[in-house]
Write a protein that binds this ligand. Sequence first.
Ligand code: UDP
Length: 454
Amino acid sequence: METTNLHAAMLCSPGMGHLIPVLELGKRLLTNHSLHVTILVVTTPASSGQAHLLLQTNTGPTQPNIIELPPVDISCLITPTTKVFTQLSIIMREARPAIRSALFNMDPQPTIFITDLFGTESFEIAEELRIPKYTYVPSTAWFTALASYCPMLDKEIAGQYVDRTEPLRIPGCRPVRPEDVVDPMLDRTDQQYYEYLRMGVEFSLSNGILLNTWEDLELEPDGLNTELLEWLEDQPGESVIFVSFGSGGTLSAEQITELAWGLELSQKRFIWVVRPPIDGHVDAAFFKSSDGPDDIHQDSNFLPDGFLARTHKVGMVVPMWAPQMRILSHPSVGAFLSHCGWNSTLESLTNGVPIVAWPLYAEQRMNAVVLTEELGVALRTEVLPTKKVVGRREVEKLVRSVMEEGKGMRERAKEVRESGKNALRKDGSSYNSLCELIRDCQNLLNSKDPSTST
Ligand code: UDP
């Protein structure tokens, strides 16, 4: 394995539930990736014997360096009712001078700062050192998503979360039932709630977030997954068109009607991610992609009368959000009617799926040009959908064309998929670009002035 001169300084808050996973990550970075690793362990006068034992048994040349910081005594800053979450936040705040001095005195100088979730207030020290900063959340992606999104919920929702009858919707995640929320959300007047909100905001300041989980363990938590994916399994190869307008796209009431009729007239199989209409705002859902009806059968008055009943054998209408990557990678999917957001574009092309381009906002019109005029993997509407409602006959024609006559486009899309794979292979262009980036970082670090731009 290549050796690196990267030195990760890791920060660990008190508690075995933090120490164990931080140690494990440190060991992994050292043994599998040849990083130099130093772990700063914040302690309290009450730190457990178990913690000391663990630290003593994890010493030696093949282990990370451990620096135990002087115990932080917060007894005069708390009351008997102060919650553990608040106590941890205060301890980590009070420990900052010691953390600062340890980081500044480290030899060799750290080049990466990784803190567990309670240490994000020390990001400013990493900024002074001009090194990248990462949060390590030794918990689930779902928990991390809720914490990151809570500042938004705080603005949107009044009253106590626990008094709600509706679940809390988190973009891209399984909703959280009021009774299942994390402790800091149980009482919005308690200090721990404010500490939690701060933490959520600080997560987003990280250069990246590391989670102690893996993809298969937390399958895309969408309640419709099973039904939708089972349905896809039953469809013939490349027979389904997936219709979705990204995380933010919304259509007018008239456009939804025409699109619904167009899909029905085409007689093709489809999955359609539907959001209620909002006239005049094509990106209205951007900050709240998953807010809307949960059950399309109970709340579908914006769809043409009888549409769901007439199409139920050939189509799946999914409210608000669907597991797009899984859908696009499924062999039953033959085309994508897309707003051409760049993520959606890449997700389609890396699966060799041709596109009906329906640009709505941001740089999507330019993306549609690349797809149609440069790559030849997409069809476009005659007039921009933001300028004029695309009529049902045109939708029908586009859907039929991409599904029936799109052979050339599909082959081209598959060629693009192969070129993407090649770019990622060792010595491919994207792989080499990343190697170059790492070389650049190392050169900058060696120059002793990492702030110099190249
Ligand atoms: N996405 C998804 N399910 C949906 C809608 C969107 O998983 O129902 C994901 C999609 O896979 C993509 C991202 O959200 O990764 C949308 O990014 P894109 O750049 O395509 O569009 P934006 O939402 O930023 O306009």
